[in-house]
Write a protein that binds this ligand. Structure first.
Ligand code: IPE
Ligand code: IPE
Ligand code: MG
Length: 255
């Protein structure tokens, strides 16, 4: 039976880091780490599903990852195409809606086609949401949202709410919990705006080794956090913590 963990994060963001170092430790090529990382992702998504996590957003390829050797970039693009082709049906069967965030202009045609196919196949699914960030950068996201918001408000009055509407994931609550594996304690240009009030969880475990138990440990850590959103302790009622994202949006709209 699945152990109940409350309060549950409604939205978890994941920086899956450490594939290359995992492979190096084993005397394997970096790509072996990426392949092992894909297996880990499938497993963790299953556990998240079993715990009724409504939304998961994973960082698969950053706008800075183009700086890697061409060989590694090509292998990563291939792995994304093959991984989606092979596994999207499992997500579809679990009623998961899959979407992609990031700049598609620089992606290989074959990958773009696979992204479209995966989105179309799962568009009607209402069970849970998986967002995959590919050629994504938080700074890119802010710039594209600012451009769109400025078009909408030619008189120049762009506030938090008008900008937010144009950001990636505008229709999801902001992440409650960010998990980063691989030992680094930084955001690496992930969801810069959306992580404003997210609880951060860093672990030294390399992503391919990140187990269901490690995931549950992150959920338990989240459970211990006291989310105040700028208030003082006594003002934060239990129901706010039960639905933290709603509590935050209420706060930001009345700030
Ligand atoms: C994360 O693992 C996967 C991607 C960035 C695509 P890395 O490839 O960054 O692994 P390390 O950090 O070099 O160990
Ligand atoms: C972040 O990992 C990006 C992904 C996990 C896709 P990186 O390995 O690229 O981050 P840095 O370069 O160490 O900050
Ligand atoms: Mg890395």
């Amino acid at each position: 039976m699945t152990e109940a963990i409350t309060p549950l994060p409604a939205h978890i963001a994941l920086i899956m880091d450490g594939n290359g170092r995992w492979a190096k430790r084993r005397g394997l090529p970096r790509n072996a780490g990426h392949q092992a990382g894909l297996k880990t992702l499938r497993q963790i998504l299953r556990v998240a599903h079993d715990h009724d996590i409504a939304c998961v957003t994973v960082f698969a390829f950053s706008s800075e990852n183009w700086r890697r050797p061409q060989h590694e970039v090509s292998l990563l693009m291939d792995l994304l195409v093959r991984g989606l082709r092979k596994h999207v049906s499992e997500l579809h069967a679990r009623n998961v809606r899959v979407r992609f965030i990031g700049n598609r202009a620089r992606l290989p045609t074959e990958l773009c086609a696979q992204l479209r196919h995966s989105e179309e196949l799962t568009a009607g699914n209402a069970g849970s949401m998986l967002n995959v960030a590919i050629d994504y950068g938080g700074q890119w996201d802010l710039a594209q949202a600012a451009t769109a918001a400025a078009r909408e408000h030619p008189q120049g009055l762009v506030d938090e709410h008008s900008l937010r509407r144009h950001l990636s994931l505008a229709d999801c609550p902001d992440p409650d919990l960010l998990i980063r594996t691989g030992g680094e304690q930084r955001l690496s240009n992930f969801l810069l705006w959306q992580l404003a009030y997210t609880e951060l969880y860093f672990t030294d475990v390399f992503w391919p080794d990140f187990s269901s138990q490690d995931f549950l440990a992150a959920l338990h850590s989240y459970q211990q956090r006291d989310r105040r959103f700028g208030k003082v302790e006594d003002m934060v009622k239990d129901e706010d913590n039960q639905d933290a994202s709603a509590a935050y949006s209420v706060l930001t709209s009345s700030a």
